[in-house]
Design a protein around this ligand. Structure first.
Ligand SMILES: [Zn+2]
Length: 200
């Protein structure tokens, strides 16, 4: 049966979220109806505030609420080593063990000729620009262990080598076809420690 118009509108929005089907959406909508009014409104305001204040770091592409993200602004971190990841969620995975002290660069995906993802569609030019400005001795390429992720790593290594920057690839541990985002702390830690020079 159809619920009231505003309940239906909310359910239609909730269904757009990942893993939420009609049944779960309806359960959430009724929960928000029964819960304290201020709690339901706090959720609405949190979404609004997040969308209005979160932007992307102008240096690395991480999420930020200022021009530079918290990692790029942290002077205790080592700017001579940059971990290159596909997405912000991968950066979050590498930050979880709390042992990596370098900076990051978020590509925004990986090269995929089949899906029309060419170098211009990724944050590759800004990365090269960062390396050209000096002070970086190594980039750890932490794209996913997929065919496209490997191809992207080789492509980046070719670009960075003439700049005198060492290009390494994260070690094994993250299963082929799996993704960095879902790897646990120990796995990402081992992947970083086991990084090796990219040949070719
Ligand atoms: Zn940043």
């Amino acid at each position: 049966m159809k619920l009231t118009p505003s309940m239906e509108t909310l359910i239609a929005e909730l269904v757009k979220l990942p893993t939420i089907g009609r049944k779960s959406a309806q359960r959430l909508a009724f929960h928000l109806l029964r819960t304290r009014r201020e709690d339901a409104l706090a959720l609405a305001r949190a979404i609004e505030r997040m969308r209005e204040s979160v932007r992307f770091c102008t240096q690395c592409g991480n999420i930020a609420e200022a021009e530079r993200c918290a990692i790029c602004s942290d002077l205790s971190r080592d700017p001579s080593i940059i971990c290159v990841v596909e997405e912000v969620t991968d950066l979050v995975a590498f930050e979880r063990p709390g042992t990596f002290r370098g900076l990051y660069h978020v590509l925004g995906g990986c090269l995929s000729p089949l899906h029309g993802v060419t170098p211009e569609k990724l944050s590759i030019a800004p990365l090269i620009e960062r390396l050209r400005s000096g002070g970086v001795r190594e980039i750890i390429i932490a794209t996913n262990p997929s065919v496209d992720g490997e191809a992207t790593a080789l492509y980046l290594a070719k670009l960075t080598r003439p700049l005198g920057v060492r290009a390494t690839r994260i070690g094994m541990g993250i299963p082929i076809g799996s993704s960095v985002e879902f790897a646990d702390e120990i796995t990402v830690q081992k992947a970083l420690e086991g990084r090796r020079e990219i040949e070719g």
